[in-house]
Design a protein around this ligand. Structure first.
Ligand SMILES: Nc1ncnc2c1ncn2[C@@H]1O[C@H](COP(=O)(O)OP(=O)(O)OP(=O)(O)O)[C@@H](O)[C@H]1O
Ligand SMILES: [Mg+2]
Length: 355
């Protein structure tokens, strides 16, 4: 199982929480503001080094306290690893098996996870950045070396943008084009491959959750049929005016087509949630296959926005995945509960196992 033991100290409203997770299905229930989302956010932080709600790390420290500390014992292909994160005024410290110096990438390797929360619809309805991050997460887990290529591309792009903003001569800006284009090609190829690997899962999950055909169209971030090198050359004047590089994989997007229409604009909020959940489950399935081990899936109030039938389809798909699941609910009697697993109650930040 991905996570066996977990503890959080001074994270949001949680003074101290310990959780011994079931390898299968875990439910945490409790009233509004009891700390359900905080617990999931703390677990997710341990696997990502950031908040899944996009909250600044400083705001996650319990009011009046100097730091938060998270710890987990996680299973990585039969091996148990200790993962710790401490955030204090000195910054973020990551420790894996006692070794410090790691960062978000090392956490993601130790505790790969996906989240479905009430804001998951942003994956469909929100800015392209959400979908790029989604695609990059799959590429990171499926392709060795992707993170390194992505980081090198970001560095080259940053330098070109700095040259644009510093008002440097056109020739010196163009001096960055070859490197940007070369690294962009690697990132683009890796993203295409990641999407190709995930496509069957994506389409199948889309059909299962929405009962209709769902397709994904990848937009690479610059015009098809044009080499990025040429796009950068011809776009230099415009880039200078706008102060940033307009063409490249940092502008990529994933268009979701549902019923032959662009999902982002046309589907209802509940349908957006189902589409986004299909994307999340497909990413999890793809990474599980690549890593050959189950992932952790965090479901924060999965019942929100969904009618009974939709929720049943979502939960059937979740069970089908075979991941370790930690889900939250307002009430103990909830249709999300599977037969097996553990039940926890949380009240005012205090977590107790019930069964
Ligand atoms: N840094 C912090 N320090 C102390 N308390 C905080 C901090 N950040 C958030 N909180 C509080 O934590 C409480 C629990 O929030 P949380 O989102 O975990 O509740 P929840 O159980 O998920 O509620 P809901 O059912 O409404 O989703 C809230 O009252 C919130 O104000
Ligand atoms: Mg909540």
């Amino acid at each position: 199982m991905p996570i066996q033991e977990f503890s959080a100290q001074d994270f949001r409203c949680l003074e101290r929480v310990e959780l011994h997770a079931d390898p299968g299905f875990n439910v945490i229930y409790g009233p509004n503001a009891s700390g359900k989302t905080s617990i999931l956010e703390a677990i997710a932080y341990l696997g990502r080094g950031r908040s899944f709600r996009g909250a600044p790390t400083g705001s996650l420290v319990r009011h009046g306290q100097p730091e938060f500390v998270l710890f987990g014992r996680v299973e990585d292909g039969g091996r148990i690893a200790s993962v710790g994160v401490r955030n204090s005024s000195a910054g973020l410290e990551v420790r894996i098996d006692g070794e410090s110096g790691g960062g978000a990438a090392e956490l993601a390797v130790a505790l790969p996870l996906q989240v479905i929360d009430p804001d998951v619809h942003n994956l469909v309805a929100g800015a392209p950045e959400e979908r790029r991050r989604y695609l990059d997460w799959i590429a990171f887990h499926v392709e060795h070396g992707y993170l390194d290529s992505w980081r090198r591309f970001r560095r080259a792009l940053k330098q070109r943008n700095a040259a644009l903003r510093a008002g440097q001569a056109v020739a010196s800006i163009r001096g960055w084009n070859a490197e940007v284009a070369e690294l962009a090609a690697i990132v683009d190829a890796a993203r295409r491959l990641a999407l190709e690997v995930a496509t069957d899962s994506l389409e199948e999950a889309g059909r299962a959750l929405l009962g209709s055909e769902v397709r994904f169209e990848y937009r690479r971030g610059w015009r098809e049929g044009v080499a990025l090198m040429d796009a950068l050359e011809s776009g230099t004047e415009r880039d200078i005016q706008l102060g940033s590089t307009q063409a490249g994989p940092h502008r990529a997007d994933l268009k979701l087509i549902y019923d032959e229409r662009q999902a982002r604009k046309l589907v209802s909020r509940g349908q957006q949630k189902l589409l986004a959940s299909a994307m999340v489950l497909a990413a999890a399935e793809t990474a599980q296959a690549a890593l050959e081990r189950p992932l952790l899936l965090l479901l924060d109030d999965p019942a929100a926005e969904l009618d009974e039938a939709s929720l049943a389809r979502l939960m059937a798909r979740v069970r089908n995945l075979g991941s370790q699941v930690i889900a939250t609910s307002l009430h103990p009697e909830t249709p999300i509960i599977d037969t097996a697993g553990a039940m926890f109650h949380v009240e005012r930040g205090v977590l107790r196992r019930e069964s």
